[in-house]
Write a protein that binds this ligand. Sequence first.
Ligand SMILES: [Zn+2]
Ligand SMILES: [Zn+2]
Length: 322
Amino acid sequence: MSFSALAAHAPKAALEPYSYEPEPLGEHDVEIAISHCGICHSDVHLVDGEWGDYFPLVPGHEIVGTVVAGKAFPAGTRVGVGWQCNSCGDCSYCAAGEEVLCSENQATCQGNFGGFADRIRVDERFVFAIPDGLGSAEAAPLLCGGITVYSPLQRYFRKSSRVAVIGIGGLGHLALQFARAMGYQVTAVSRSPEKEAEARKHGAHEFLTGDPVPGSFDLVLNTAHAVLDMSTWMAALSPKGIFCQLGAAGEPLEVPVFSLIVGQRVVTGSAIGHPSVIRDMLAFAAEHGVQAQVEVMPMDQANEALDRTRRNQARYRVVLAR
Ligand SMILES: [Zn+2]
Ligand SMILES: [Zn+2]
């Protein structure tokens, strides 16, 4: 049996039809017939060869489909798979349910063949049932973009926390929704004033285009790829405030030392989330009506779809459907 997919064979090359023999279905694997796959900026970085040579490359790690084989779920169950597809299973991090931190963590489409395909086989620990209340296209982007913003929002929530979400795109529009539903006082930050109405629609109480007021936030999430003026944003944090970088910026952050020493402020980053947190996130999204705003395109337009993401034209996530 072979799986059919779309693959890039060189950096920035167009995706072409590709078929491959899957690994044998392991005892703890689930085979999924893929119906939807969201496109994340990481897919563009991989296709463009910016993160190394993984060619032939089948992108895609925001996968939704139905179970066709495996013991963990009844056949026909609607499930999702995100960025991580495996870990060692017995290091201290895996034992603690912190699989993202495992040194042997594996990515769904980096060194493995991803979701731009008709089927995929994944370890059952990294396959998640999709709650009935979530549409498949709207759920797909939750599996990478959604969990990437949900994790730090959940981890750092304090009663009456004030959060700034910088960047109103694939990650940002989900961060606004999750933050609002969790009970944060939410400020959207963007250099584009025309995004104010959209940002408020997704849950922002306030909209900021200029510089922040010093001490006005307990948490800053930077979903943008641009490197920020850290003097300004560290000053915007309250004592013990947390700056969390989510966008994969290519340049270093230059953090003024005194902004860390005085006020015990923290600079950190975050990516995706542990399996238990992904389950919580999906349940939370279904309960509170959090969903990605998507443009659905057919899988055979994957090249055009990747290009929309590459050019930041997607509002806010392109999802490929088979
Ligand atoms: Zn991603
Ligand atoms: Zn491990």
